[in-house]
Design a protein around this ligand. Structure first.
Ligand code: 5GP
Length: 205
């Protein structure tokens, strides 16, 4: 029995982290993979919860040891999903959520073609800019760079199976819950989960 792998990607400023938090609270069948990164923790970020914060050398050692399920350089920092955060859970039949960028999503799709990809878009360009400005007290230059990064990420939205617009937060969360439910009802998944039932129903006599 295999769990399902879900990939959620979005430009920064689309509200992805809040959506993921709401999904985990609502859906007990879902586990979030905590990524490794070589970037420094931001104020408020907790090691082991937001990321496993490691040095660039440690990251390279993990790459050499084949410890990553996927990894990519994202905005100058290394980010990666540990194999241990994914493979044992999937093998035990749990569904796993990866919050990763489009490059990592491509690698995952090559490995696991049946992974379900969800892309979150902001409702308008103005909303995206506003969320970025609100979040950071950064200089105009940094904000411009972030916006360019967001556009680069959004260019890849068409590589995902589902697109959710985060206009009304609750609606976006509900829509993703619907995607989770529908994907769990796919015939291949149901056939694996209910093999005994199907055998009994189709059996002779
Ligand atoms: P931030 O540095 O703002 O936390 O994340 C920036 C980007 O890195 C986001 O698009 C996020 O999806 C991506 N990211 C986070 N963890 C991983 C990971 O393990 N692998 C990949 N490929 N991207 C990641």
């Amino acid at each position: 029995m295999q769990g399902t792998l879900y990939i959620i990607a979005a430009p920064s400023g689309a509200g992805k982290s809040s959506i993921v938090r709401a999904l985990l609270a609502r859906d007990a069948g879902l586990s979030l993979s905590v990524s490794y990164t070589s970037r420094a923790a931001r104020p408020g970020e907790v090691d082991g919860r937001d990321y496993h914060f490691i040095s660039a050398d440690e990251f390279e050692a993990m790459v050499a040891a084949g410890d990553f399920f996927e990894y990519a350089r994202v905005h100058g920092d290394w980010k990666g999903t540990g194999r241990q955060a994914v493979e044992p859970l999937l093998a035990a039949g749990r569904d796993v959520l990866l919050e990763i960028d489009w490059q990592g999503a491509r690698l995952v799709r090559q490995k696991v073609p049946e992974a379900v990809g969800i892309f979150i878009l902001p409702p308008t360009r103005a909303a995206l800019e506003e969320r970025m400005r609100k979040r950071a007290q950064d200089s105009e230059d940094v904000i411009r760079r972030r916006l360019a990064g967001a556009r680069e990420e959004m260019r890849h939205y068409d590589e995902f199976d589902y697109v959710v617009i985060n206009d009304v937060f609750e609606t976006a969360v509900s829509e993703i819950c619907c995607i989770l439910t529908a994907s769990r009802l796919r015939r291949a998944v149901q056939a694996a989960h209910h093999a005994a039932l199907v055998a009994a129903l189709l059996g002779e006599g």
